[in-house]
Design a protein around this ligand. Structure first.
Ligand SMILES: Nc1ncnc2c1ncn2[C@@H]1O[C@H](COP(=O)(O)OP(=O)(O)OP(=O)(O)O)[C@@H](O)[C@H]1O
Ligand SMILES: Nc1ccn([C@@H]2O[C@H](COP(=O)(O)O)[C@@H](O)[C@H]2O)c(=O)n1
Length: 235
């Protein structure tokens, strides 16, 4: 009797931990550390919007013009790793891991992210990456993961912190940039992004972790506690 074809990928999706929150709330650093401790994958979805903003800018496209941004999607050859110990972001053959973090990209990324065709395209990209994850789980962070990308995830968290604390943390890591300018950009980005998706209020069934008064390690522990609690409840 012939054997059924062997798949190289798991039939079931990996366990998904969905984490949303405003800029500078610690989504990326905390999610990465949580994934490291669990031996799971990590997906930074903001990197895709940043990489598309980089690609549009590098192609000479006006990022404020939605039709022109959409026209860039066909040539947007995007790749990102899910290893929380180190992952690179590529557009075609170009390693853009560092370039997409520049304030010039942060300043235009919201204009790219508000285009509906862009969101539809990237959500499919994220779901394909999640489905291909070969570790037992994947921690996925962004703005609409708990509500749109993975609303059925068994663990959904809103990671927040006061605006003042988020601005201070972001300023501390951006040496050579004025604290006032960094804070103003963070606030402007949240205001623009909030018009597209709600990441300031926890949707039904989403657990809020407020790190305003927690240090980094305590925040990681708080997120791990939510995951453990969900695993106990769901068996
Ligand atoms: N609980 C915490 N205590 C102290 N520092 C923290 C804490 N959480 C995160 N940080 C630091 O705050 C800074 C911002 O964190 P991070 O880049 O992970 O935020 P983010 O939500 O991914 O931001 P963005 O959406 O803008 O990319 C980093 O320097 C990080 O190390
Ligand atoms: N799920 C997401 C993730 C990100 N965005 C947009 O990308 C920008 C950059 O995200 P970072 O997490 O790297 O700061 C962000 O400002 C949003 O415009 C998104 O729309 N949805």
């Amino acid at each position: 009797m012939p054997h059924p074809p062997q798949s190289t990928h798991p039939v079931e999706y990996p366990v998904v931990v969905a984490i949303d929150g405003p800029a500078g709330s610690g989504k990326s650093s905390v999610s990465k550390e949580v994934a490291r401790r669990l031996g799971w994958g990590f997906l930074d979805t903001g990197a895709a919007y940043r990489a598309l903003a980089w690609h549009a800018s590098a192609s000479g496209v006006d990022t404020d013009d939605a039709a022109s941004v959409v026209s860039c999607l066909d040539s947007f050859d995007y790749r990102i790793g899910t290893d929380p110990h180190g992952y690179a972001v590529h557009v075609g053959d170009t390693d853009v891991t560092e370039a997409i973090r520049e304030p010039g990209i942060s300043a235009v990324v919201s204009a790219v992210a508000r285009v509906p065709e862009v969101r539809t395209h990237l959500i499919e990209v994220f779901r394909a990456i999640m489905a291909a994850e070969e570790r037992p789980g994947i921690v996925v962070e962004g703005r609409d993961i708990t509500t749109v990308v993975a609303p059925d995830a068994p663990v959904r968290i809103l990671l927040t912190a006061s605006e003042a604390v988020r601005m201070a943390r972001r300023s501390a890591e951006l040496v050579g940039h004025s604290a006032a300018a960094t804070g103003a950009q963070l606030r402007a980005r949240d205001a623009a992004d909030s018009k597209v998706v709600d990441f300031m209020n926890a949707a039904e069934g989403v657990t809020t972790v407020d790190s305003t008064d927690l240090d980094f390690d305590a925040t990681v522990e708080a997120v791990l506690a939510v995951i453990r609690d969900a695993q106990v409840r769901t068996g």
